[in-house]
Write a protein that binds this ligand. Structure first.
Ligand code: NDP
Length: 291
């Protein structure tokens, strides 16, 4: 039986993977992309290329938006505003929580409804059972379109009615993803300056990364209890260690922007009188930089 049809606007790596996953499951798929040629192989598989965003919107009730940012969303949809009445905008475009809320209000003003989504997957995970997306916005819309949502990522979760929530969750994931991946690039750069390749340090980098979850669990409980006791680690030790990291970079002539920022934060914690507390006390400084 035909599961229905959906529109996908934005055919970057993500939107293309989503259109493919929908075609795989037998959905009818209408697509639109600024650079029309990106639709060629989807059209060869049976997708319909709409000539303009308004036609793409008019074709189906559910419109998946997978664009670079909300500026692009507005650039694409404003000329199609008349066609948005009664439509469901499944907005999987990265945004700040406030942008997502403003987008939802804009859609509501045109008689459409937005479900915000934050996709926790790379394009290769789209259509796979273990990939996940967090959604927020009207629960009823999430429930009604669950089958489409599960075609995109096997796991889906509704976090609440606030359209900004899913955007917040996405950004919480991304602040960790970008800084963690940069921490690896940093280590690779330092290794390379010392004649080592990425592959040489991979086993050790993996061990370090794998150890982080237990630190998160240990410190999360203490942070929520307001405990930053220096019984396990002291910031005074931390700042000395962070300086060794920094100086290893300057010795090797490697860019030290990131390690210097770490030393700066540790020193601010020291200046705030936290020398004898755990480095987890930096959370307080990060949360209220003015104090
Ligand atoms: P891209 O930025 O590669 O592509 C998104 C699409 O946006 C392209 O089709 C591009 O059109 C279009 N676009 C950008 N600006 C405009 C504009 N002004 N007018 C019209 N169209 C525009 O993004 P991805 O496909 O990689 O990702 C889509 C979203 O998903 C992003 O918000 C991203 O943050 C998020 N995401 C991406 C992940 C990833 O691993 N790639 C992982 C999780 C989330 P054109 O083809 O013409 O350039």
């Amino acid at each position: 039986e035909h599961p229905g049809s959906v529109t996908v606007i934005g055919l970057g790596p993500m939107g293309r993977a989503m259109a493919e996953a929908l075609l795989d499951r037998g959905y009818g798929v209408t697509v639109w992309n600024r650079t029309a040629s990106r639709a060629d192989d989807l059209v060869a598989r049976g997708a319909v290329l709409a000539p303009c965003p308004a036609d793409a919107v008019a074709a189906n009730e559910v419109i998946i938006l997978s664009l670079t940012d909300y500026e692009a969303v507005h650039a694409v949809l404003e000329p199609a505003a008349q066609a948005l009445h009664d439509k469901v905008l499944l907005n999987l475009t990265s945004a700040t929580p406030e942008e997502a809320r403003a987008g939802a209000r804009w859609a509501a003003g045109l008689g459409a409804v937005q479900l915000t989504g934050g996709v926790n997957s790379s394009p290769s995970g789209i259509g796979q059972p273990d990939s996940a997306t967090l959604y927020s916005g009207p629960r009823e819309v999430f429930d009604r379109h669950r089958q489409v949502l599960e075609a995109l990522t096997g796991r889906v979760e509704h976090q609440g009615e606030d359209p900004g929530l899913a955007a917040l969750s996405y950004q919480l994931g991304m602040v960790m993803f970008w800084t963690s991946m940069l921490s690896f690039w940093q280590a690779v750069a330092l290794a390379r300056a010392n004649g080592l390749k990425a592959a040489d340090i991979l086993p050790y980098a993996t061990e370090t990364a794998d150890s982080l979850a237990q630190f998160f669990a240990f410190y999360a409980e203490r942070i929520d209890a307001g405990v930053h006791d220096g019984d396990v680690d002291r910031l005074a030790m931390g700042v000395a260690s962070a300086e060794h990291v920094l100086h290893t970079h300057t010795e090797a002539g490697v860019d030290s922007t990131l390690p210097a920022a770490v030393v700066d934060l540790f020193r601010r914690g020291m200046a705030a009188g936290r020398a004898g507390d755990s480095f987890s006390s930096l959370v307080e400084l990060l949360a209220k930089p003015g104090d």
